[in-house]
Design a protein around this ligand. Sequence first.
Ligand code: ATP
Length: 307
Amino acid sequence: MTVPFLKIEQLAQRFPSPDRGGEPLTVFENVSFGIEKGEFVCIIGHSGCGKSTIMNVLAGLAEPTEGVVVMDGQEVKGPSLERGVVFQNYSLLPWLSALRNVTFAVQARHPDWPKDKVKAHSYRFLELVGLTGGAERRKPSQLSGGMRQRVSIARAFAIEPKLLLLDEPFGALDALTRGSIQDELLRIWRGSGLTVFMITHDVDEALYLADRVLLMTNGPYARVAESVEVGIPRPRSRDQIVEHPNYYKARNHLVHFLARRSKELAGREHATASGQPETVRFADPGDDSPGGEGADPSQPALRAVNQ
Ligand SMILES: Nc1ncnc2c1ncn2[C@@H]1O[C@H](COP(=O)(O)OP(=O)(O)OP(=O)(O)O)[C@@H](O)[C@H]1O
């Protein structure tokens, strides 16, 4: 079995909890999964199950109570410019222009680059997210939420990390802006070979963007219970994706998980020893095998328990 690019093994996070009589709060436990190089993976779960905490651990911004994260053969032990992070609240430096916010990061990544090269490189990434023509000279307070998020995305891509971590990056944006930035993100990602891990609460966003969707049970003692393969070819278009036979199967599966199974599967007693999520995939259209398109529609998904 090959080792994935990003390997998360038996992660647990416990926090001191004074109001529980000294007993720590176990946010999640037994979290294990892998992500292949170039994959786009979304994670979904109810509020408080620990998605941001997992992302902070992957970023090297937080230390887990138990478990390890290995990226490209090296244990993650602190922040690194090999991992780009985009938060919902943009996290831009307010006193710098959009362009300087990007050049600042690029300079840190490539201290030996001359200024002109840093500037041209940064400008190129702002161009890719459609933020030039004067907007690049404005400070964050002079930009709309969508424009600020474009700067954050340009900055994260401009450092050319190996792993891009996105924590609900479009949560604060209106639907139209969200749609156009999602498309820009996909366009840049497609040509980059970058591995992406993204938190979202939006099932349709996950299905549009991801190769795989990880589903978390409710906390405490949350875990990643399922890994759902979206199985819809790329490039995807918003109009056509809903016509793909897998779309509603996958959508119904995710919605049902969030509505029911995230609660039913919660708690330590359902955990497996390996902590690996169950793989769920949808059969190709025309496939008559169990779960296939021509098979019983009450059995929408093929499941395989990971070892
Ligand atoms: N430093 C900390 N100390 C104590 N508890 C914490 C700390 N950080 C997070 N928590 C708790 O851990 C739990 C998980 O938080 P986290 O933000 O990771 O959840 P989430 O799934 O990302 O939630 P949301 O979807 O609402 O953003 C919450 O109960 C939170 O209060």
